[in-house]
Design a protein around this ligand. Structure first.
Ligand code: ZN
Length: 311
């Protein structure tokens, strides 16, 4: 079959990627990495052309022991021009600690379903909205950039489908806080390409001045298909994790986050620029496998880079 190229959907020429491996990826690992090893990995990632790296979390150290050294990591980050480092914070105390740590940017978050919010943040959504409002006031007063993530926006592992109107209502509350960018997260890997386009279009129609970022998981293998669906409706910002590390909350052992080098490989093959050196990125994944002492779920490190791709 031949198809005229004019009939093909237009795709963005450039995509921006936020690397979340040092936080969202590592926090699910059984092995707790030494601060020096985390910094080695972050250093290597910072040299690949990535412009945004999520490096830690100011949640309570007993809840996530892997992130207990976030303040120390923040103090020793390799400073390079053009790179933003961010952390996530669950409450006002966490936001204060992030400010004290001198991090570039802070991510606030809540869930689109009550059950997930309760388990993740130990409060109901109404309480979470009051909390993020207080955090936003603190960060705004300090003149500090912050963003928000809405978790389980494409489905909740405990409640199933989340009503689209509910998601949009919560997006509205978060955007009213004056955040720089909103991320919708497929925390449980329940999204599929049609849902990505339905929710993406609905968001665009309701909030035409705001650009969406997607945080996709690969629990059912739909991660890259979901990226393509998002590209087709003009989404140009994604989260991903080196090696595809990171867990799935309801299926231990299932793939977690979308894999950064798999994502970059596909985008470069499609002539979509990321500004990232794919080979340098794969070297980071090798370092990560060495640090973790195991294979990671990503495919590109096993299959290699297609010969026509140079960058
Ligand atoms: Zn994730």
């Amino acid at each position: 079959m031949t198809v005229a190229s004019g009939a093909l959907p237009r795709l963005p020429r450039r995509v921006s990627i936020r690397e979340v491996g040092p936080r969202d990826g590592l926090q699910n690992e059984a092995i707790i990495l030494a601060t020096d090893d985390k910094l080695r990995l972050i250093n290597a990632l910072a040299a690949t052309g990535l412009t945004w790296i999520e490096v830690g979390s100011f949640v309570h150290p007993q809840r996530v022991p892997q992130m207990a050294d976030t303040a120390m990591v923040c103090a020793r980050l390799p400073r390079r021009s053009g790179i933003t480092y961010s952390v996530i914070a669950p409450n006002v105390t966490g936001a204060r600690r992030a400010l004290e740590a001198g991090i570039d940017s802070v991510e606030v978050f809540l869930s689109a379903s009550e059950s997930h919010n309760q388990r993740n943040l130990n409060m109901d959504i109404a309480q979470s909205l009051r909390t993020v409002t207080a955090m936003a006031a603190l960060l705004r007063e300090a003149g500090h950039p912050f963003q928000a993530t809405l978790s389980v926006a494409f489905g909740c592992p405990f409640e199933g489908a989340v009503p689209l109107e509910r998601v949009l209502e919560l997006c509205g509350h978060l955007l009213d806080l004056g955040i720089a960018q909103l991320t919708l997260a497929d925390t449980a890997g329940m999204a599929h390409p049609r849902l990505i386009q339905q929710l993406g279009w609905a968001f665009h129609e309701r909030f035409p001045r705001h650009r969406l970022r997607l945080h996709l998981h690969n629990a059912h293998g739909a991660g890259l298909a979901n990226v393509l669906a998002a590209l087709q409706i003009g989404v140009t910002a994604f989260d991903s994790s080196i090696g595809g590390i990171g867990g799935c909350p309801i299926a231990p052992g299932a793939p977690g986050n979308l894999c950064t080098e798999d994502l970059v490989h596909m985008l470069h093959a499609m002539d979509i620029d990321t500004g990232i050196d794919l080979h340098a990125l794969i070297d980071c994944t090798r370092m990560l496998e060495h640090l973790l002492g195991r294979e990671v779920p990503g495919q590109t490190i096993k299959a290699g880079v297609c010969t026509h791709l140079t960058g």
